[in-house]
Design a binder for this molecule. Sequence first.
Ligand SMILES: [Ca+2]
Ligand SMILES: [Ca+2]
Ligand SMILES: [Ca+2]
Ligand SMILES: [Zn+2]
Length: 577
Amino acid sequence: MIGRNVIAAGFVLSLGACTDESAEIGGTPQADAETTDVAVDAPEDVAQDGVDTPDSMATDIAVPDSEDAPDTTGPPRALVFEENPIDSPSPVEVVLTDLNPQQKGRLTGGYANVQNCVADKDAGKAMPVEFGGFKLDLTLCAPKYTALPEDGVYTHITPPETQSIDSDAFAEVMMYHHIQRIHGYFKDGFGLTDLDYPLDALVNVQVHVALCDSWAAFGNALFTPEGSFNFGIDFDFGFEGAAIIFGQTADKDFAYEADVIAHEYTHAMIGATRLNAITVDEQGLSNLAGALNEGYADYFACTTAGDSVIGNYALNAVAGLTVCGVPLSTSGNLARDLATFRTCPADLTAEVHADGEIFASALWAIRDALGAEKADAVILGALVGFTQSTGFTEAAQATLAEAQATLDAGDAAAVEKAFGDRGLLACERVIPANRVGVRGIPLTFEAGGALGNGPLGPVTPGYVQIGFLVPEGASSVDLVLEVGGGAGDVDADAVVKAGGSAVQLGGGPGSGHDGVARIALRKGASNKELVVTLSGSCLSPGPWSAAILNEGDGFAVISARLEISPEGGDANTLGCP
Ligand SMILES: [Ca+2]
Ligand SMILES: [Ca+2]
Ligand SMILES: [Ca+2]
Ligand SMILES: [Zn+2]
């Protein structure tokens, strides 16, 4: 998926007026060598600079599954955004590579099979659902091939003047071209062949809501190994295997951004069989594998574009979203710049896209030091050996080892520095209390029992621990956690430990940890605060760590701070002798 809180509820509806953020078509389209030279297995009759050939078979082109003689028209020129409507607003001319001549009227070729999800209530699949107390009669849009050539070319398909929740064919052309482009990068550059088939891709995904008789947009983009996905309701378009599914909002079409297509395709190429596990280790829950999956998807999108910013259009000031006129979310600029310096643990959030930025910032620094060609090779060389559960430290160490084995000492030292500067060669998940929430992302604590019959039984540890500094002379301090949405039914303990390194958790329910004490969290002065009081004569000054073990409802912490305890008094929560 491309965005973290682009949508609040899985699907969104826009009844508002379209914005004036039009996808401008400027200037005269030009053949573009850089985008055509990644052609993969291009048909022989595809020239790099399109010469318009008269099309004697124009009447056949809209008929799918034609078994006519090979297409003598072409080359199949088309217009695309090289990057997106903001950074490259004038579409450039490219040749759509490797279209299957047996599939006329379809954007079906070597590595992509692209359809448009059209707003057709009669053709779409009905989905009556209960949603937020409402009974909603929903109908999915219907996949259809709508990008049809004229005289063998597609250059008449241009971006709409004004973005809206629509079923435009330009989105299909963008998707086809950029999948072919990024596939060519992985296959031609690195010999990856896992996706040597036309992967299903769907654009303009939308859902009809009977309640207000309107088409609701899906404001995100994703790769799904199963072909369907569930956001409270099941989106099943009938794909038999993996698929890439793109939506739009009132002012953004996610398919208009090459970065987003490359990000999702990278998930398909390298992230379908690795880096998907949520694990439990001695520090607690970990979703760093998922963060790596996001970080690599961002890195390869950016390195192939030669630009460190991902989502400058699609994730930048996405419109607030509404369902039947009710606002569901607002959002600011969620674009990610890999050139922004981020470190472990200070920038950890437990949210995979945001944590992925930490690792991707190191990858981008490696690229800055080595150049794209060497950096991409060493990064991918290590990545192909990753498992479902590889974490930050293992990934950084493996990439460093790959660099030491394949590059000269100076380059390897640059790789070591990029990871080392960002704390990634030994990334302990202990975030300083004053860093909790500063990136605008609440720290999630999953509910007790979220692990099922996992190693800690009904107790679920946090994704990250919280670090804090006990001042000289203190005999009692409070670690105060501000909880978004209230601390109502929270039932959790903190295992605390002096020294600053992560609490090591043992292997069984209620058992084994190397902390000083396990202390129940209590409600603070307001219902929005949870407090851990550390008191007793053995409270030593210096860095401490707290691992939260949750037995009750899930909760999210929006900030954390340390206070000298007003009421710790003579208590001895640490059980000092
Ligand atoms: Ca669209
Ligand atoms: Ca970009
Ligand atoms: Ca308890
Ligand atoms: Zn993603």
